[in-house]
Design a protein around this ligand. Structure first.
Ligand code: NAD
Length: 773
């Protein structure tokens, strides 16, 4: 059966565009004439020029940040309920204009009206409603937290208004003000949103929009009065921003690219899985960061599955995105089309076979026939690089273990889709894949209440739900003394025994459950309040690599029950208690204030971490009907920890214990100035049933060791207590695998447990499980 054309009218949206010959900025509640250059805005489905858009200058970015700063005090001071009323109004006004906004988005982006009308815009409204709720509950549900301040937000072109909603709604609900930069290819719906802000009477300056390209984005990221930057876009630009913000103290969240596995087991409902592929890689022309772009099929069903997929490919319709019967519209630009085409040619050149839908593409516009590669190998460029177009790669696997290995054979970790009628297998696979979002027997479902975001090089931070709100809230801190650079260590050749008068201790390193000598054989003199009190091993890069390797091998720790981890930590607490006098003496010799109090707090912290091990829970969220959507707190894996000089025992344990309680393995650098206190923990660890490799302790030059940890790809997260310049250094060095870095540059009071550390020691994984026939 052939479909006749069923075009949606674009008259209203076109009339709106006609009266806007240039899309301006929205600053302080006004639409000032652009100062800088403008560029054309195209309809990628027809190549027609729709209008022009301003390219924001530094001065315009500055004006927008000033407007956001000026609006902040009053907006923050509003009661949650009052902010909620604005968010409800935004939701309602978006809903009233759903059809108009859907058409405008389709004209600007090339995506089908079916998707903008049924998915994008309803989700935008849902996002504002959901966050109106969080605003309402802010005082009761987030006690003691306050807004971060002025938030810079940069979004891509693939879901223009939806990405705006994901950024603006939580920021406003939490009491922040924003400066948002849309993608220059798709500025129209952001402009329409600005007009809705005026219409509902949102106070001027709470939302500011600066149009522009990468240069405008860079100016926003670099502005000294922005407190947080939230970015969605490519991993390459994510890296640029990580470097640019290093040492600035600004909060950063990154939602980046993906190369997500779509795993079909032999017991899957194959027809449902084939429909899943349609939604995974041909949805939104494949321009989806969480697209299921690597299809992995179990060998026994591969032939049947691909026969069904080929049959489905025959029926796909590609063409005028305003036609309600189309499955796919145009990609966003001719430039993007050229990029996709070049990658497809490369795939073929490397030996893969490209199968495509037999569609006749329109003569004008940036259209791309959907399809998939067969015969791809994991090392092929197209298996590793995000195509960001409607073409998947395919591979077969024999066993569930092989499926997981292939699924994780990527630098990304945004999402995964698992198809199996066996719930045990599906959940086991969901637990094993490295991805922030996993859909079981489904794909590409989103909801404002379900946290979304990546692991590994797909970025860090979550959008949606409670975790998303926490990205825009902070715990107010009292002013702190900055941490200083430690003085250069006095290196003496290591002789294996104390070799100076008054020195009675020579400490080694603790790696893989054993005390080992430093690789370079060097040690340094440790000063106490009355002169030299001992020597500590001087670890080098090789020692850090050995420690990371030992930690990597101890992966079983993340899999033992939380109860088991608690038992080990209780035992550690008891052993600390037994050595109380010894630690008090060590701290006294080191010359730290109130040694008795510090040891007492350290013992209590161990009990606290043990107690938390089985209580810091994830959540189950009400999202769509007939779905269980759960977010579990997963450990990162291997974490690097660089302990503070103040409170050399308590500071070290305050960091190690929550990380380990949550299932991480750690490589910790003890205080450079007081390493002997940390080294006394070796015996405690040896007698506490802590499995080898779970806690590794090294001593030496803080920033040399911190840099090696920051650069190491196996280290998945880093906590650094050190100087401001050290923070800049580790943040810059972390760009390799884009690990999240928490840098604490102010001297801190470690006496009270910090529950935020439990969250910082985990990453949310959202698992969607549909039920019913
Ligand atoms: P992009 O990274 O080139 O651009 C994204 C945004 O960043 C745009 O607004 C752009 O103007 C701006 N930008 C570019 N260079 C900049 C710089 N140096 N400093 C500051 N801002 C800069 O990405 P794109 O091509 O627009 O979008 C596609 C990419 O986005 C894909 O890789 C996709 O996977 C990713 N994406 C990720 C998610 C997610 O949630 N993880 C969502 C959508 C898209």
């Amino acid at each position: 059966m052939a479909y006749g054309p069923a075009p949606e009218s674009s008259a209203e949206a076109r009339d709106w565009i006609k009266t806007r010959s240039v899309i301006p900025h929205f600053i302080g509640g006004k639409f000032p004439a652009p100062e800088g250059e403008t560029t054309e805005v195209y309809n990628p489905a027809t190549d027609e020029v729709l209008t022009r858009v301003a390219l924001g200058t530094e001065a315009e970015v500055d004006a927008a940040v000033k407007a956001a700063r000026a609006a902040l005090p009053k907006w923050t001071a509003l009661a949650g309920h009052e902010r909620a009323t604005y968010l409800y109004a935004l939701a309602r006004h978006v809903q009233k204009r759903e059809r108009f906004l859907a058409v405008l988005e389709t004209l600007d982006n090339g995506k089908t009206i079916r998707e903008t009308r049924d998915i994008d815009i309803p989700l935008v409204a849902r996002h504002f409603y959901h966050h109106a709720g969080w605003a309402e509950m802010i005082e009761s549900d987030f006690p003691g937290l306050s807004p971060v301040g002025v938030c810079g937000q940069i979004i891509p072109w693939n879901f223009p208004l939806l990405m705006l909603a994901w950024k603006v709604a939580p920021a406003l609900a939490a009491g922040n003000t924003v400066v948002l930069k849309p993608a220059d290819l798709t500025p129209l719906t952001a402009m329409a949103f600005a007009e809705i802000c005026v219409e509902i009477g949102l106070p001027a300056g709470v939302v500011n929009i600066v149009q522009g390209d990468g240069a405008t984005g860079a100016a926003l990221a670099g502005h000294s009065d922005v407190n947080k930057l939230a970015f969605t876009g490519s991993t390459d630009v994510g890296r640029v921003l990580r470097r640019q913000l290093a040492g600035s103290g600004k909060r950063l969240s990154l939602e980046l690219g993906g190369k997500s596995p779509f795993i079909v087991f032999e017991d899957a409902d194959l027809d449902a899985a084939v429909e899943g592929v349609v939604d995974a890689i041909w949805f939104n022309q494949g321009e989806v960061c969480c697209a299921g772009s690597r299809i992995l099929v179990q060998e026994g069903v591969a032939e049947r599955f691909f026969a069904k997929l080929d049959a489905r490919l025959q029926t796909l319709r590609v063409g005028d995105p305003l036609d309600k019967t189309m499955d796919m519209g145009a990609v966003v630009s001719r430039k993007q089309l050229a990029r996709i085409t070049a990658l497809l040619a490369q795939g073929e050149a490397e030996g893969a076979t490209l199968r495509r839908a037999p569609v006749i593409l329109p003569e004008t516009g940036a259209f791309c026939a959907p399809g998939y590669f067969s015969g791809t190998a994991p090392a092929h460029t197209v298996s590793q690089t995000e195509i960001f177009g409607p073409v998947a790669t395919t591979l077969t696997f024999r066993t569930p273990d092989e499926a997981v290995t292939l699924a994780n054979d990527t630098r990304y970790g945004l999402s995964a889709s698992v198809w199996s009628e066996n719930i045990n297998r599906a959940i086991e696979t969901a637990a094993a894949v490295k991805a922030g979002v996993v859909w079981i027997n489904a794909t590409n479902i989103f909801d404002a209440g379900a946290p979304f975001g990546g692991m590994r090089e797909s970025g860090f931070g979550r959008e949606g739900g409670r975790l998303g709100m926490l990205e825009y809230l902070t715990r107010p801190q009292i002013a702190r003394k900055p941490r200083l650079e430690p003085s250069a260590p006095d290196i003496a050749p290591f002789t294996g025994k104390a070799d100076r008068p008054a020195i009675d201790i020579t400490a080694k390193l603790y790696i893989g459950g054993k005390q080992v000598r430093a690789d370079g054989g060097q040690s340094y003199t440790v000063m106490g309040k009355n002169g030299a009190i001992g020597q500590a091993a001087m670890a080098n890069r090789k020692d850090i690599r050995n420690a990371v390797e030992a930690a990597a091998k101890a992966g079983g720790w993340g899999g033992v029950t939380a109860h088991n981890r608690a038992q080990v930590l209780y035992f550690l607490a008891e052993n600390l208690e037994q050595r109380r006098a010894e630690f008090v003496a060590a701290l006294t010799a080191a010359g730290t204030p109130k040694p008795g109090d510090e040891v007492e707090a350290a013992i209590r912290r161990a009990f606290w971490a043990a107690a938390q091990a089985d209580k810091f829970d994830g959540s189950v969220t009400a999202t769509k009907s007939r779905h269980v959507t759960m977010t579990v707190n997963e450990p990162f894996g291997v974490m690097g920890i660089v302990a503070p000089d103040e409170a050399p025992l308590l500071g070290l344990l305050a960091l190690i214990l929550p990380a380990v309680a949550m299932g991480n393995r750690v490589v910790a650098v003890a205080s450079q100035s007081h390493p002997l206190v940390g080294a006394r923990l070796y015996q405690v660890l040896e007698t506490s049933d802590v499995p080898a490799g779970v806690i590794n302790l090294v001593t030496g030059e803080r920033d040399v060791l911190a840099k090696t940890l920051a650069e190491h790809d196996e280290v998945a997260a880093l906590w650094y207590c050190g100087s401001a310049s050290g923070a800049a250094m580790v943040e810059t060095a972390s760009v390799g695998n884009l690990k999240p870095v928490w840098a604490e540059t102010g001297v801190r009071d470690w006496q009270t447990p910090d529950p935020d550390l439990l969250r910082k020691a985990t990453q949310g994984k959202t698992i969607w499980i549909p039920y019913g026939a």
